[in-house]
Design a protein around this ligand. Structure first.
Ligand code: MTE
Ligand code: MO
Length: 360
């Protein structure tokens, strides 16, 4: 269970995970308060002492090379002494929208049934991983970093898979060791006292409660890049690569189902986001996709990561409707009508059919 309070008006409770309710989302400045941010934890948040906390850094990608036994240990004070960077970042679970594979495409998938609320944007403050590694000494042929959490081992189907850990390549030059979200210490559920963020990447890359970084000259593996978090099933090839950049998605800030009156002016608003580029266009359809209206994009500080959209609708007839939102990012990626099936329910990026009941 998450540590922070999960009031039912803000969260949908999914056991060890908790989903933000879009009808309660605070759209004002584009940053998601940690108290409202979704939680996705494989086990439970460890209780870590900031005074004795050390980040261990080792591997053959360091110069001089260091084995695990001989790891360098950095305290939080050591990290705080390095130049700090702040930027808004998207945090989104790979499986966000999973429930819609069933509800919308007829292929339900077990595992956490998120609608669209496993997402948020925070202003992250910390130090660049490359600054830390360069201050230690990086080998010329260093290639990958394996980030390992300090949470309990993840046991599934009787198999102990060890703590959550996942590698990323050093070509991701913006990767950050994060100490604060929105100017406040990380909450225990969100990785206190230190987590990794690889901007634009799937949630599993954003390792919480960071215990160590292994820097390697060769490829690194963990079950979180070999077994999970890659596409399987459906038409996907058996050797699909590990998932990296987040797709384009969007959500309406409305109850599910929404409820409106005939003839009443309704402001359809919400956010659209992409792991690759700012949002360029958002269209809305209230007639099942027959016609589309361009929504207005409202600028704010978080718009480089996700954009607020709004569009006015005056429903003409009572009954059950679906409101559709279709976003396009600056890289030219548009939400499709359908997401090809995969057996873990990852990356549901299709246009969501948000049910709205119009009463007469
Ligand atoms: N150590 C650790 N890091 C982790 C996880 C975890 O269970 N343990 N869950 C991952 C997943 S799947 C997601 S979606 C994000 C969720 O971050 P949040 O709970 O802060 O929203 O953290 C990632 N980092
Ligand atoms: Mo996730």
């Amino acid at each position: 269970m998450p540590v922070k309070p999960l009031p039912p008006e803000l969260f949908v409770d999914h056991g060890t995970n908790a989903e933000m309710r879009w009808d309660s989302a605070d759209l004002t400045d584009g940053l998601t308060d940690q108290a409202r941010l979704f939680v996705r934890s494989h086990t439970t948040a460890p209780d870590l002492d900031p005074v004795t906390y050390r980040l261990r850094v080792f591997g053959d990608g360091l110069a001089p090379r260091r084995v695990a036994d001989d790891a360098l240990e950095l305290s939080l004070d050591d990290l705080d002494a390095l130049p700090q960077v702040s930027r808004p970042v998207l945090l989104e679970c790979t499986g966000n929208g999973r429930r819609l594979f069933g509800d919308q495409q007829g292929t339900p998938i077990e595992e956490t049934p998120w609608r669209m609320g496993a997402v948020g944007v925070v202003e992250a403050t910390g130090v660049l991983v490359r600054d830390v590694l360069e201050s230690i000494g990086l080998a010329a042929d260093a290639r990958e970093v394996l980030a390992t959490g300090l949470d309990d081992a993840y046991v599934r189907d009787g198999v102990d898979h060890g703590p959550v850990r996942r590698p990323y390549p050093l070509t991701e030059r913006d990767a950050l060791l994060v100490r604060a979200f929105n100017g406040e210490d990380l909450l225990p559920d969100h990785g206190y006292p230190l987590r990794l963020l690889v901007p634009g990447w799937v949630g599993i890359a954003q390792v919480k409660w960071l215990g160590s970084l292994e820097v390697s000259t060769g490829p690194l593996e963990s079950p979180w890049n070999t077994r999970w978090y890659r596409m399987s099933g459906g038409d996907h090839p058996a050797d699909s690569p590990p998932l990296t950049v987040l797709p384009v998605r969007s959500a309406l800030a409305l109850p599910w189902p929404g409820q409106v009156q005939v003839g009443e002016e309704v402001e359809l608003t919400g956010r659209a986001w992409s792991g690759l580029a700012p949002i360029r266009r958002v269209e809305v359809s209230t007639d099942d996709g027959a016609t589309w209206t361009e929504a207005e994009l409202v600028p704010d500080d978080a718009a480089e990561v996700w954009s607020r959209f709004q569009s006015v609708w005056r429903p003409g007839a009572p009954g059950e409707h679906a409101v559709l939102v279709r976003a396009t990012d600056g890289a030219g990626r548009t939400q499709p009508d359908r997401t090809p099936y995969n057996s873990d329910g990852y990356l549901f990026d299709a246009v969501v059919r948000h049910p709205v009941v119009v009463t007469g």
